[in-house]
Design a protein around this ligand. Structure first.
Ligand code: P6P
Length: 344
């Protein structure tokens, strides 16, 4: 609704999270389930501390771009310390926020060699890539924070075993892309909702309710520079997308080189994004790149598989930085790939 051009149906992320918690409780109360699975509000608390971290990171990224412009002669901050790389600043912000919200027992970060165990009474474990695509940031390309959340196993005090689990056990996942504005896509297992940060209000506003991907879209997103390192049948499949069907058009190629940006376009427009094995090795990380993006895709009626056509969320990592191939996007497009490799 609008009043003299001003939107009045504004839903903030904070109120959305509380509405979700109430919906969840009502659902279980309505079913009169004997075991009252009362949501204690801990996940809501965790998601709210996450949104604080995203706002803080967004603010730093804005500043960092400015500072880079100003600090062409190298940046020494007021205490004379060498300014830390942006990704380690954002990693510190993220880890600090997760250590102090009282909800987290285990943190896995792309920037940390080992898992971080937190002494708290929390029930959750979180995996994250604090600034994915940071190598592109000086070019002004959108980067993002990707995260996945597990509930720690019953009776666990928080350990590595709480995160070396199948993607199916994630209870929430999402990303925040820091572009012209900050866009947050979030799923808690009930579809995907998109929020945009209004910097004047300092609030994430609901802008994409129950986001779903089109079943087909002729866009493919891949680093063609690796063509000679893919298995031949993958090179053949990608080539087949360039052959226009009778009276039709070939696929459009779109590749930004920042996973969050390429996946965000795919979530909004459809198509397929993929990073196949090159020389037999996957590049993208299962726990904090592939699982969260696969979870979002499936909740938006899409699919996510590896080179062999296995569902990404069915995989289980053996170590926290394990890599995988990935094909994700519109259901019809991913099924085309799976049918192709099964046929050839
Ligand atoms: P390439 C960025 O470094 C990243 O981890 C992802 O964000 C991105 O999708 C991928 O690597 C790009 O890799 O080999 O195409 O530069």
């Amino acid at each position: 609704e609008e009043i003299d051009g001003t939107r009045t149906d504004i839903v903030t992320l904070s109120s959305f999270i509380l509405q979700e918690q109430r919906r969840y409780n009502n659902k279980y109360h309505d079913q009169g389930s004997s075991i009252i699975r009362e949501a204690k509000g801990e996940l809501s608390l965790l998601l709210n501390s996450l949104q604080f971290a995203f706002k803080f990171i967004a603010n730093n990224i804005r500043k960092a771009e400015l500072v880079n412009l100003i600090g062409l002669s190298g940046v020494i901050n007021s205490t004379g310390d060498e300014q830390k790389q942006l990704d380690s600043i954002c990693n510190d912000i993220f880890i600090q926020a997760m250590k102090t919200n009282g909800c987290i027992r285990v943190i896995v970060s792309e920037e940390e060699e080992k898992e971080i165990l937190v002494d708290s009474s929390g029930s959750y474990a979180i995996t994250c890539d604090p600034i994915d695509g940071s190598s592109n940031i000086d070019a002004g390309v959108s980067v993002g924070t990707i995260f996945g959340i597990y509930k720690i196993r019953p009776g666990s005090q928080g350990s590595l075993q709480d995160v070396l689990r199948s993607g199916n056990e994630m209870v929430a996942a999402g990303y925040t892309m820091y572009g012209a504005s900050a866009h947050l896509l979030l799923t808690t297992g009930h579809k995907v909702n998109g929020f945009t940060l209004d910097t004047n209000l300092g609030e994430f506003i609901l802008t994409h309710r129950n986001l779903t991907m089109p079943h087909f879209k002729n866009i493919y997103s891949i680093n063609e520079g690796n063509t000679l390192y893919w298995p031949p049948k993958i090179a053949d499949f990608i080539h087949s997308l360039k052959v226009a069907p009778e009276g039709g058009k070939p696929y459009a190629a779109r590749y930004i080189g920042s996973m969050v940006a390429d996946v965000h376009r795919t979530m909004l427009y459809g198509g397929l994004f993929c990073y196949p094995c090159t020389r037999g090795k996957g590049k993208l990380r299962l726990l904090y790149e592939c699982f969260p993006m696969a979870f979002l895709c499936e909740q938006a009626n899409g699919l996510a598989v590896n080179d062999k056509g296995e569902r990404i969320l069915d995989l289980t990592p053996q170590h926290i930085h394990e890599q995988s191939s990935i094909w994700l996007g519109s259901k019809g497009e991913i099924e085309k790939y799976v049918n192709y490799i099964n046929k050839h």
